[in-house]
Design a protein around this ligand. Structure first.
Ligand code: DGT
Ligand code: MG
Ligand code: MG
Ligand code: MG
Ligand code: MG
Length: 282
């Protein structure tokens, strides 16, 4: 139906190509999960089944969409980072965001029964919103990731103390809130330890640090150097790769194991040991 008189309507579509050469972060977040968590009686403050399910959905998505370099999840949210050189969907924002949101949601529902074995899903079904943000430098991107992980830590320490006061301390919500008003991290650690015998350090890593998903190749030992990598990063531009090299890299990427870990991504160590994550190669 080329050149019909109706075709002019296509001209109403707005271009939405995201800035080239920037790291694209698509963050999804569960819609109304406060209510959703109550409906399915998620354990407070952390339900391992719910978090494992988020991770399973995210892992399936990262496995499927190979342009994603790394992902980070906490609570009902997940951030997916596209390599700065990605050309997926010509970097069109609406395509990237809608694909991530619908793929994630589909896998979340698909995997539901694996984690919530006795509770079938019923409407209203879980849904997610999504947004894209471009970060021009590795520093900006790492600061974004650090921001989310710091948020995880602050919220988890607060929530862990809040729910200990209620579940073990017999307080009601208002009382617990009053007790925690104006407290610093050290105070919360002390309340947990002195009143409830909880050493916050011994809480599960997934609760304290959130979850990181990435392709695992061989770790680089700290202190060793990959010369090719260094030259590439100094140059600040992608090295010209032959087609064979690109194809090989692609195959390697497809074969690499996609892992879910609960690690510190604020300090340098995580990134230093996995230089491929932020390398100039897509
Ligand atoms: P939104 O995102 O504006 O549609 O609204 P919500 O209600 O999803 O709020 P949000 O995203 O700021 O906060 C996440 C909610 O999900 C929060 O109320 C706690 C709940 N949630 C997430 N993970 C867990 C969990 O493991 N256990 C429990 N009990 N609740 C959880
Ligand atoms: Mg929200
Ligand atoms: Mg939410
Ligand atoms: Mg949220
Ligand atoms: Mg189509």
């Amino acid at each position: 139906m080329a050149n019909s008189k109706f075709e002019y309507v296509k001209g109403f579509e707005q271009p939405d190509h995201l800035m080239p050469n920037t790291w694209i972060v698509v963050r999804i977040d569960g819609r109304g999960f406060t209510k959703f968590a109550n409906k399915y009686e998620f354990e407070k403050p952390n339900d391992k089944r719910a978090l494992d399910l988020m991770n399973a959905a995210a892992r399936a998505l990262v496995t499927e969409i190979q342009d994603i370099t790394i992902a980070y999840g906490v609570s009902d949210e997940y951030s997916f980072v596209f390599h700065k050189l990605t050309t997926l969907f010509e970097r069109r924002e609406s395509k990237l965001v809608s694909t991530i949101v619908s793929t994630f949601t589909a896998y979340y529902i698909h995997h539901w029964s694996t984690y919530f074995t006795d509770t079938p899903l019923s409407p209203p079904l879980p849904t997610f919103d999504g947004r894209a943000v471009c970060y021009p430098s590795i520093q900006n991107l790492r600061d974004y990731m650090s921001w989310r992980q710091v948020d995880c830590h602050i919220n988890n320490l607060y929530n862990t103390t809040f729910w200990a006061l209620i579940q073990q301390g017999g307080k009601d919500g208002t009382e617990a809130e009053q007790i925690l008003k104006g407290t610093l991290s050290a105070d919360k650690n002390e309340i947990l330890f002195k009143q409830f015998g909880i050493n916050y350090n011994n809480e599960p890593e997934m609760f304290k640090k959130g979850s990181v998903i990435f392709r695992d190749y061989e770790l680089v030992e700290p202190g060793t150097h990959n010369v090719a990598q260094e030259v590439e990063q100094m140059a600040g531009e992608p090295t010209q790769q032959s087609k064979t090299q690109r194809d090989n890299d692609k195959k390697k990427r497809a074969k690499a194991r996609v892992t879910v870990e609960h690690l510190d991504i604020i300090k340098d160590d995580f990134w230093d040991r996995r230089p491929w994550l932020l390398s100039n190669k897509p």
